[in-house]
Design a protein around this ligand. Structure first.
Ligand code: COA
Length: 330
C-alpha cells in the first residue's frame, strides 16, 4: 500500500492589508483590544470580485511548482471552503476550468475551519488505495464579504480574513507521509458559529428583512466557541498521537488552525508544549477558516521550520462544531 505525503505547498493572500486601526473607523474597538483578545494585527481582504477559486489558483500554481508537477499530473481536486464562489456549482469546478486541468473530479468540502484537514483525510484514503497518484488539496476563503463592519459585527469582523493555501498530496513507497487523520463533529452547536442566509429552507432564500437583520453575515458566540475550542484541540491532538504510539515529546511542530492566539496558547499550555512548537501567523492574516492551516504550513516550510523525519501535527476546530487532526511524518 502506498503512503501519502505532501510533495508541494503554496499560499496566496490578497494584497489589500486591513489593519486594526482601519477597522476602528467603522466600529467601536481599538488595536490594543483586538491584539490582547485575539493576537491579530492585520488581515487581508480581496479588493474586487475575486472569490476563493481565484485565490486558490495562485496558491495551487506555487504548490504544483514546488512539487515539480504540472496540471496534467493531478488526478483529483479537493477544495475546502466555507465561502464558495457561488451557492452552486462548487469552487473546485471553477478552479478545474481556470487552471486548465483535465476533466478530473473536483470535490468541494464544506467543513469550515476543519475543512482542510478533512480534505487531507480524503486525499490520504485515495492515495493509500492506489486510486490516485497526485491530488491537489486546497483551503481557500473569502470571508470579508460576510463581515458586518459595524458595532453589531465587531466581535466577528476583527477576527476573519481572506486567503488560500494549497498542497499536493502524492503517493510514495517510502516510510513517510500522513500517518493518520481524525475527524469529529457536534452539530447541536451549529448556531454558535454560522452563516444562515441564503438558506434553502427559506422561500425566497433571501429577502430585504433578512438582509436588514444582518443574517447574511457570519454570526458567532465567541465565548462558546472559545470554551469548546480549548477542549477539542488538545483532545484531537492526543487522539492522533496515541493512535501512532507517539507522545507530545515526539512532536516537532504543531500547525494549528489559526483561530485566536489565546486559544492556541491555552492549548499549548494544556499539552505542555514549548512555545516554538506552535506555528503562528495569525497576527498577519487573522483567521482564514479552511485556508489557515495550508497557509501556515506553506509559510512554515518557507521559514525552514519543517525538516525530513519531523512529526508534524495539524489540528483544527470550528463551525459545526467540527474538529480534526492529522499526524504527518515529514
Ligand atoms: N472591540 C471592543 N470590544 C468588544 C469587541 C471589539 N471588537 N467585541 C466585543 N467587545 C465587547 C463586548 O461587547 C463586551 O462588552 P460588554 O462587556 O460591555 O457587554 C466585551 O467586549 C466582552 O465581550 P465578550 O464577548 O465576553 O469578549 P471576549 O473576551 O469573549 O472576547 C472574542 C470576544 C470574540 C475575542 C472571544 O470570545 C474569542 O476570541 N472567541 C473565540 C473566537 C474564535 O476563535 N473564533 C474562531 C473559531 S474558528
Amino acid at each position: 500500500m502506498a503512503n501519502a505525503y505532501i510533495s508541494g505547498t503554496g499560499y496566496f493572500v490578497p494584497e489589500r492589508v486591513i489593519t486594526n486601526d482601519y477597522l476602528t473607523q467603522f466600529m467601536d474597538t481599538t488595536h490594543e483590544w483586538i491584539v490582547e483578545r485575539t493576537g491579530i494585527h492585520e488581515r487581508r481582504y480581496v479588493s474586487d470580485e475575486t472569490g476563493p477559486a481565484g485565490l486558490a489558483k495562485h496558491a495551487s500554481e506555487i504548490a504544483l511548482k514546488e512539487a515539480g508537477l504540472t496540471v496534467a499530473d493531478i488526478d483529483f481536486i479537493i477544495f475546502a471552503t466555507s465561502t464558495p464562489d457561488y451557492y452552486a456549482p462548487g469552487s473546485g469546478c471553477i478552479l478545474q476550468d481556470e487552471m486548465g486541468f483535465g476533466n478530473i473530479g473536483a470535490l468541494d468540502v464544506r467543513v469550515q475551519c476543519s475543512g482542510f484537514v478533512y480534505g487531507l483525510s480524503i486525499a490520504d484514503q485515495y492515495i493509500k488505495t492506489g486510486e490516485f497518484k497526485n491530488i491537489l488539496v486546497i483551503g481557500a476563503e473569502v470571508q470579508s464579504t460576510a463581515m458586518d463592519l459595524s458595532d453589531r459585527g465587531r466581535d466577528t469582523a476583527i477576527i476573519f480574513g481572506d486567503g488560500a493555501g494549497a498542497v499536493i498530496v502524492s503517493a510514495t513507497e517510502e516510510n513517510k507521509g500522513i500517518l493518520s487523520t481524525h475527524m469529529h463533529s457536534e452539530g447541536k452547536f451549529l448556531k454558535e458559529l454560522w452563516l444562515e442566509i441564503p438558506s434553502s429552507r427559506k422561500n425566497p432564500r433571501i429577502d430585504q428583512k433578512m438582509l436588514d437583520d444582518g443574517r447574511q453575515n457570519l454570526q458567532m458566540n465567541g465565548r462558546e466557541v472559545f470554551r469548546h475550542a480549548v477542549k477539542r484541540f488538545p483532545e484531537v491532538i492526543i487522539e492522533g498521537l496515541e493512535k501512532n504510539n507517539l507522545t507530545t515529546a515526539d512532536v516537532s511542530l504543531v500547525v494549528p488552525h489559526q483561530a485566536n492566539t489565546r486559544i492556541t496558547e491555552m492549548v499549548r499550555r494544556k499539552l505542555k508544549l514549548p512555545p516554538e512548537s506552535m506555528y503562528m501567523n495569525i497576527h498577519k492574516y487573522g483567521n482564514t477558516t479552511a485556508a489557515s492551516i495550508p497557509i501556515a504550513l506553506a509559510e512554515a516550510m518557507r521559514d525552514d521550520r519543517i525538516a525530513g523525519d519531523d512529526i508534524v501535527v495539524l489540528a483544527a476546530f470550528g463551525s459545526g462544531f467540527t474538529w480534526a487532526s492529522a499526524i504527518i511524518k515529514w
